[in-house]
Design a protein around this ligand. Structure first.
Ligand SMILES: [Zn+2]
Ligand SMILES: [Zn+2]
Length: 106
């Protein structure tokens, strides 16, 4: 089982990696690339306007992803071969419902 995780760098188990700041950052990036949208059913997070300071004493409104909006979007590993060094084809972006369905089907 251990050789399954050869791609991990500095983490000894899958759980340790999944809970690491490194994966949090990477999975946020992956989900952002996919516009926080489920690959399977198309559910997507909403956007919201926020005030952003672009220079001192000057702010403008920008549209950003509302990460607190529903649905919950997660990253699913299609293969565990490259865990720690995932390629675009190794992962899928899914909403919580579709993600659960995939794991329950196995
Ligand atoms: Zn979905
Ligand atoms: Zn999964």
């Amino acid at each position: 089982m251990q050789e399954l995780y050869y791609g991990l760098t500095g983490y000894s188990t899958y759980d340790e990696y999944i809970n690491s700041p490194e994966w949090k950052e990477k999975s946020t990036y992956i989900r952002g690339c996919k516009e926080w949208k489920c690959d399977k059913c198309g559910l997507q997070k909403r956007k919201k306007w926020i005030w952003k300071e672009v220079r001192p004493y000057f702010a403008e409104q920008v549209l950003v992803w509302d990460l607190k909006s529903l649905p919950i979007i997660q990253v699913h590993h299609l293969t565990y071969e490259n865990v720690g060094n995932e390629k675009a084809r190794d992962v899928q972006v899914l909403c919580l419902k579709c993600h659960k369905e995939i794991h329950n089907a196995k």
